[in-house]
Ligand binder design. Structure first.
Ligand code: UD1
Length: 355
């Protein structure tokens, strides 16, 4: 059986890492990189550090407005699928690469497997929400990280092909932590900040940086290229000069995990970082008004503060709660996904014969 896996953005390289080797051991595996993320710091360093195989196909799509970016991927993924004729198409998460892969496959009647299915923030203005909802509805197998995701899918009448397998980020985190050590985290107290979402506004960024400047505690700020561009274009980089916020290039996975683990607090708009902060027992302030990872909020380790100065300020005194329940499984998610596919996927030749 042949599986084509489509990835393209940083969080997908991280989710792919624990799965790709066992996948290639059990199936014929073809890896496609759409090129959504293309910088050394956003792509190459992850392939190298996470020991990912070189993709058989690199589509070189790069940056573009959403429609153009997704459209280019759709066209090129379709060509690859026609050429490779796989039995399953595997995608992760909620990026434009996820949707393009799933849509191209669904139109060719290639069954889609979606890892990290069922997450919702219930705001269709968020581009990732559009990608998630559509991909879940196109998929033959929806692999859910948590019960919340299973419930979200059921609310949209998606009940067959749903498997609660735990979160692949737990597998990934464990794998990365056993790899080569990172540079040591800075001595003493510090905060870790990341921001990358399309919803980010100059006003929001200004509020966050102003609060952190006034707060005075050192802040590590590994910066997404989009955020760096916004900082420079708006002149908000003035808030970084001679202040506590240290602007850094995007970090590798081992490095960011080391920084998260030692930080007093993580401030982020990233879904992945909210989970990693939880798994590494560091409290998190989420710089959004909603989150998909509602369990982390319910247990008191994550607080939604939006871009609001007063809420961020209040959040800065957060202390870790006493209880830390297991929310996202035991780190054997990759195995469970592959077991389901081995059991249920039908080689396409046989599938055609039975029609
Ligand atoms: C994407 C995903 C998001 C994921 C995030 C992780 C979508 C809709 N969003 O957002 O779910 O959490 O990746 O990082 O697919 N850029 C570079 N170099 C790069 C990549 C991006 O300079 O290697 C810049 C470009 O100027 C681009 C901007 O960043 O305009 C945004 O890039 P895009 O590809 O839209 O994705 P992300 O915002 O990173």
């Amino acid at each position: 059986m042949k599986i084509v896996t489509v990835v393209g953005a940083r969080p997908q390289f991280i989710k792919l890492a624990p799965l790709i080797e066992p996948l290639a051991g059990r199936f014929e595996s073809v890896l496609v990189h759409t090129g959504q993320h293309y910088d050394e710091g956003m792509s190459d360093q992850f392939f190298h550090e996470l020991r990912l195989p070189r993709p058989q196909h690199h589509l070189g799509v790069g940056s573009a407005p959403h429609g153009a970016q997704t459209g280019r991927m759709l066209e090129r993924v379709e060509e690859i699928l026609l050429q490779e004729s796989p039995d399953v198409l595997l995608v992760f998460g909620d990026t434009n690469s996820t949707l393009a892969g799933a849509l191209a496959a669904a139109k060719l009647h290639i069954p889609v497997a979606h890892v990290e299915a069922g997450m919702r923030c219930f705001d269709m203005r968020v581009p990732e929400e559009v990608n998630r909802v559509l991909t879940d509805h196109l998929a033959r197998w929806n692999f859910a990280s948590c019960q919340t995701a299973v419930d979200n899918l059921a609310r949209e009448s998606i009940t067959s092909g749903v498997h609660l397998v735990g979160d692949i980020m737990v597998d990934s985190l464990r794998r990365t932590l056993t790899g080569p050590p990172a540079e040591p985290a800075p001595e003493g107290d510090y905060l870790l900040l990341t921001m990358h979402r399309a919803e980010m506004t100059p006003e929001g960024l200004e509020s966050i940086l102003t609060v952190l400047r006034e707060h005075g505690q050192p802040v590590l700020f590994p910066c997404h290229p989009r955020t760096l561009q916004l900082l420079r274009q708006t002149g908000l980089d003035r808030l970084l000069a001679d202040g506590p916020v240290r602007l850094l290039p995007p970090a590798g996975h081992r490095q960011i995990l080391a920084w998260i683990e030692q930080a007093n607090l993580v401030l982020t708009d990233s879904g992945g970082l909210q989970k990693e902060a939880y798994l590494l027992k560091t409290p998190c302030l989420t710089l959004r008004d909603e989150t998909e990872w509602v369990e982390t909020v319910a247990v008191g380790w994550n607080t939604l503060v939006g871009h609001d100065r007063a809420r961020i300020q209040a959040g800065l005194s957060t202390r870790p709660p006493a209880e830390h329940p297991e929310l996202y499984g035991d780190g054997h998610t990759a195995e469970r996904i592959l077991d389901v596919l081995a059991r249920e996927a039908v080689p396409s030749k046989r599938a055609k014969e039975t029609v």
